[in-house]
Ligand binder design. Structure first.
Ligand SMILES: [Zn+2]
Length: 436
């Protein structure tokens, strides 16, 4: 059994007085986070939760009036922020050493600032779920009990016995001023055996199409132009507001950022829902290489066309799309297979000939310079990803374990995989990806 985390979004049913108590608590919690971040900063940017707790616990209890449990959650959260900042600093140092970027990461130059009105809770310690859809939350004024509403599927999960409540985050939507409790639920899922997987599909992400899927029988395209157009619009408005820099501009900017996040999340949710079909093993490109490519976008040799393509690719949250697909597949007991992105758009799926010359003018058409095979270029990408996924599934059946993902593997292992990928051919049979 494996565990998948799902977040249930519960809208709290509270009156004005209760909202006042939540506001008071969230403000104190936020101020405590900022104070703790300052203390951690002067102690060598401390990222150890226990040490930080001994430094601030007394002050959090007395000065900010936090209940005991919250006074422990605050240093834990701040320590986690510093851990992340340290790890980004390290990655940046590595990238600078390799010459991928010249920019120095500035995340640790000053303490992180917390501005959102959120409070983290621990299940059964400072929050609990009662009968008849009620929740009880720790506040500065003791326990607050209230009802909630939410999506039916989330409410069903709360009553599912496979589900374990893990923690929760109190959050106030700054636009609607409504308070929500975001509850993390761990759902046990039964992993699927590779032999029982009926179909394999490859997905090509980015550029002209957000996603192109090929599973041997059919191809599906999710147009990127409309959503990228809207993302670009958001980007321009944002840039204008940032130049303005007034207080009202900052407020509008914050609202806009939320709307943009929601828009992206909605699109990614729709696409990932279609991708994660029951019984289908999905293969996607490992995006790490794409991040590196966009990091290098300021290099002089990058053509303006290349830079524009990079910006568009970077302009969409593909990591989020992958994450959502991963999670939906995982709920059905299926993994998502990540394959190397190298040459997926340059290799001929029919004869194996690989090279830039197969993409005349880097256009929409793929034309094999060796055998003359022609197809939509993004569909070639998706087919190549599907073939690589199929190979990994075969290895999985043969060895009983799923491995050989690009994440964290060395150059030698990667060269070996690319060599094997070269031998893959797209068969002309009707269902080449359903070989039983
Ligand atoms: Zn060919």
């Amino acid at each position: 059994m494996e565990t998948q985390i799902i977040t249930a979004k519960l809208k709290l049913l509270i009156d004005a007085e209760q909202a006042g108590v939540l506001m008071e608590t969230a403000c104190a919690y936020r101020d405590a986070l900022n104070q703790t971040a300052e203390v951690a900063f002067v102690h060598n940017k401390l990222s150890q939760a226990m040490k930080l707790q001994t430094l601030v616990y007394g002050e959090l209890r007395e000065r900010f009036g936090l209940p005991a449990q919250m006074a422990c959650n605050v240093p834990r959260q701040v320590a986690a922020s510093y851990k992340m900042l340290w790890s980004r600093t390290k990655t940046n140092a590595e990238h600078r050493a390799k010459g991928w970027t010249k920019k120095r990461y500035r995340g640790l130059d000053r303490p992180p600032r917390y501005s959102a009105l959120t409070v983290f809770y621990n299940y059964r310690r400072d929050f609990s779920l009662g009968k008849d859809r009620t929740v009880s939350l720790g506040t500065l004024q003791g326990r607050l009990r209230c009802g909630y509403v939410g999506y039916q599927k989330h409410l069903d999960l709360l009553e599912d016995e496979r589900v374990r409540v893990q923690g929760a985050k109190l959050w106030r939507d700054p636009t609607s001023k409504v308070w929500y409790l975001l509850v993390s639920l761990g759902v046990a899922v039964q992993p699927v055996a590779p032999e029982t997987i009926r179909a394999v599909a490859g997905v090509d992400l980015g550029q002209r199409y957000l996603a192109v899927e090929s599973n041997g029988r059919r191809a599906r395209f999710w147009s990127g132009s409309a959503v990228l157009h809207r993302a670009e619009h958001f980007r321009r408005v944002r840039a204008g507001l940032q130049r303005k820099g007034t207080r009202s501009a900052t407020r509008t900017l914050r609202r806009l950022a939320l709307r943009e996040t929601r828009f992206r999340a909605d699109v990614n949710h729709q696409v990932s829902k279609h991708l994660a079909q029951p019984g289908t093993l999905i293969g996607m490109e490992w995006l790490h290489d794409i991040d590196e490519r966009t990091e290098r976008r300021h290099r002089p040799e990058a053509s303006s066309k290349q830079r524009r393509a990079n910006r568009r690719r970077a302009g969409w949250s593909f990591a989020d799309l992958q994450g959502k697909t991963h999670y939906k597949a995982h709920l059905q007991g299926l993994p998502v297979i990540y394959v190397d992105a190298d040459y997926t758009s340059q290799g001929c799926p029919v004869c194996g000939h690989t090279g830039k010359e197969n993409r005349p003018g880097k256009g929409l058409r793929f034309e094999c310079a060796s055998c003359g095979f022609e197809l939509h270029a993004d569909l070639v990408g998706a087919r190549n990803v599907a073939l690589r996924t199929l190979l990994i599934r075969q290895d999985w059946i043969r060895t009983g374990c799923l491995s050989a993902t690009p994440k964290g593997s060395d150059a030698e292992a990667k060269a070996g995989r690319l060599q094997r990928y070269l031998e893959l051919r797209w068969s002309s049979e009707p269902n080449p990806l359903l070989d039983h």
